[in-house]
Design a protein around this ligand. Sequence first.
Ligand SMILES: *Cc1c(COP(=O)(O)O)cnc(C)c1O
Length: 453
Amino acid sequence: MSREELTKIILPEEKLPKYWYNVQADMPNPLEPGLNPKTKEPLTPADLEPIFAKDLIEQEVSTERYIEIPDEIRELYKKWRPAPLFRAHGLEKALDTNCRIYYKYEGVSPVGSHKLNSALAQVYYNKKQGIKRITTETGAGQWGTALSLACQIFDVECMVYMVKVSFNQKPYRKSFMQMYGGKCVASPSELTESGRSILANNPDSPGTLAIAISEAVEDAASREDTNYSLGSVLNHVCLHQTIIGQEVKLQMEMIDEYPDVVIGAVGGGSNFAGIAFPFIPDKLAGKNVRLVGVEPSACPTLTKGVFAYDYGDVVGHTPMLKMYTLGHNYIPPGIHAGGLRYHGQSPLISQLYYDELLEAVAVRQNAVFEAAMLFSQTEGILPAPESSHAIRATIDEALRAQEEGVSKAIVFNVGGHGHLDLSAYDNYLTGKTEDVEFTDEILQKSLDSLPKV
Ligand SMILES: *Cc1c(COP(=O)(O)O)cnc(C)c1O
């Protein structure tokens, strides 16, 4: 069959990658070390062992190019992987474009997003080490849902601190987690010192990912049988997600195709890392492929932030990481792509962006929802609002190609579906979404809180 006729490009199960790809093996400039928040000295494994599994700490600092996926995880992946790559015939037609547009669809996972790729791996390594309970934070709820299922599969208890504004906007997320046996509370909560101190200052705090992280880390650090798990940002999380881009490369090879542009939404960076990192070796070898991360203009970490050491949370419990940041005190406006409301950024993405191997664009909420609507109507998939950022940027890319009179192959990642994000879409449909302006004053104020190193 010619590539023009294909709608769905399916990779046979036996081609499911056997390794995760570790970009740290190929980076022109290695990461700067994370710093202990108290001593400000480079982190040692001993700093991380109270809350992370040993194997994950090893992956965090590894410079091995390929890390074997344990058979048990690979078997679990087969429930929905390899995930389909679609040719966006409907969207192309609506745009009347010469571009060939493809999207990887991670919404076919049981939990509806790419997050399960890392959740299964993280719980597996914790279980192996005898951990009985795992805490985490969740923004929009996708990560808490994925971790709840992974914990159920490995018979580990799951405790989720969910950012309050999302908890209230998406009440069914809690039910979803509970159906998998997870426990979910709104953050800031009264259960931790961090939560109580935030509430004392601001009883109406809408919460942020940074606050929820403080709570989850404090909880994990206070119990011997409990570890903490993070759904994005860290190197090992980006590593687990590289199964996405490796599959995309194989799928495009099957139809004799290679992308000019690879696009993904960027919150903490994991789904973009997942689709983009496997293309980095090609790019370093001289291939002309652009890797573009898309963020909300209300939380423009890469395009407006600074590359500096900062905390991952609001209280300063986490290590300091060198990353693009808006300052850990930055409270992003309540835009509905909850998964993109984070002040910081994956250190790997940050370094690669600094080194100009990755690009970034910021897009506005209303334009994003408009793109989501066109995509739903032409492709039939209701995307997560986060993924809709990638759709917006893809459409803009295709329109620009049109103006320039060129044809491009564009592939983007749809990290998840939006079936539990309908309150956000409802706000858009009833004219209630605002394009919040991000100002330099807000930025300056929150950058004042950056730790001195
Ligand atoms: C969590 C999530 C994001 C944001 O997190 P990243 O680590 O940047 O991927 C984006 N899209 C979807 C569908 C998500 O679930």
